[in-house]
Design a protein. Structure first.
Length: 405
């Protein structure tokens, strides 16, 4: 048995930091006129913006963004050549595998949609899927976890909603789940992080700042620490485990916002980060590609087409190349086994951190067996920890969590 080789780094409170400051960088403006309430998803390391509303009408056009080229390309509009009448904004969008999806929303002649459309990034074709199981609506929240999409809330012809549904793309079936545990609302923001989904803020007649975690494995909602910014609607959010972010929106003083707040999964606390360098706004888009968040479009009295990249405080992953790993049993008392989707896991060194950023690697020992890493963690105090694998062969990385009982 041997001690883990590790590298000592500096940390900031509640962040596993190697840079002292996060920052924003302006990128190529989105094609077309300024627009708001667009849908968005990520497919094969490209970001997509679809539909929305500009100064004159609702839209069905779609554009894709390539970060390496910092350039936008035109893509097939919703529904393809026969998609007339499918223009919409305030829709729900998500991606699963190589497919992107749009459902619900409102359009030029239809105040509430309930249809679902699938875009195949490999063929460029759109196809219609099963209608949403709930009532036709707009301004719902959505996220995708482990190959399933989750959609709920919003506003229909009768008022605000809190019902909640799962979509399985493999079977093309919608299933109703337990209602959202917060109040019925519209214009909440939601994101996936790890194996859970998160929903916060929104408008239930009063603007809100509550924040909830959804656990798909048990179909349960758990209230988390309230969002500390002013209550608001029309914010955007994204998750990069173990942190999530909520930014922008319009608050309860009718002020357009540009603040950015980071949520820590382990500590259940929020920290304010660097404001968006562009104008304040609501109803923007935000997505993540290779650990970098991108934010753009929206409305602040003017429809916007600007677009920015957000480079967060670098933590557990200083490299952009990653691989998937998992550990079991978890929670555990004395021992955990880590496996990885990489053929030469034995070429990986390991670091282990407490949630406060303390490097506790020296308290852990490991051995290799059959491309598994067996950790002895009996010397660690009970609590939550983050591990980081660094593969010295191809310089890729992987992170995950360990719960010590």
């Amino acid at each position: 048995m041997k001690k883990i080789i590790y590298t000592l780094v500096a940390f900031s409170t509640l962040s596993f930091a190697t840079h002292a400051q996060d920052y924003w960088q302006q990128k190529d403006s989105v094609n077309g006129a300024g627009k708001s309430v667009c849908g968005f998803f990520v497919l094969q390391n490209e970001g997509y913006i679809v539909g929305g509303l500009d100064e004159y009408s609702f839209l069905r056009k779609m554009y894709s963004y390539n970060p390496g080229q910092n350039d936008w390309d035109n893509e097939n509009s919703i529904g393809g050549p026969n998609g007339d009448g499918l223009d919409r904004g305030s829709a729900s969008t998500f991606s699963i595998g190589t497919k992107g999806y749009i459902c619900l929303g409102q359009g030029q002649t239809n105040p509430y949609f309930k249809d679902t459309w699938e875009f195949d990034s490999e063929t460029g074709a759109w196809s219609q899927k099963a209608d949403f199981l709930g009532s036709a609506r707009r301004q719902a929240f959505q996220f995708a976890v482990d190959g399933f999409a989750y959609v709920g809330g919003g506003q229909d012809a009768t008022g605000l909603k809190k019902d909640f549904y799962k979509y399985d793309p493999a079977t093309n079936v919608w299933t109703q789940l337990n209602d959202f545990a917060g109040t019925a609302r519209r214009q909440a923001t939601a994101f996936a992080m790890g194996a859970e989904g998160y929903v916060g803020t929104g408008d239930d007649g009063v603007l809100r700042n509550d924040f909830w975690m959804y656990v798909p494995s048990t179909d349960t909602w758990i209230q988390k620490a309230n969002f500390p910014g002013t209550p608001r609607a029309g914010a955007v959010s994204w998750g990069i485990f173990p942190t999530g972010f909520i930014a922008t929106g319009e608050d309860n003083t009718y002020t357009y916002k540009k603040d950015v707040w980071e949520y820590n999964y382990f500590a259940n606390v929020w920290v304010q980060r660097t404001d968006l360098t562009g104008p304040a706004r609501k109803n923007a888009v935000a997505f993540v590609i290779d650990g970098i968040a991108y934010l753009g479009t929206g409305y602040n009295g003017t429809f916007l087409d600007d677009f920015y990249a957000y480079y967060g405080i670098v933590g557990l992953d200083e490299k952009t190349t990653t691989f998937t790993s998992s550990c079991f049993p978890n929670p555990t008392v004395n021992e955990v086994i880590i496996t990885g989707e990489i053929s030469n896991l034995e070429q990986s060194s390991l670091r282990v951190f407490s949630i406060s950023g303390l490097d506790v690697t020296e308290q852990v020992e490991y051995t290799y067996a059959s491309n598994e890493m067996k950790l002895s963690i009996g010397n660690l105090a009970p609590g939550n920890y983050i591990y980081k694998l660094i593969n010295t062969d191809n310089q890729s990385t992987s992170t995950g969590k360990i719960i010590k009982l």
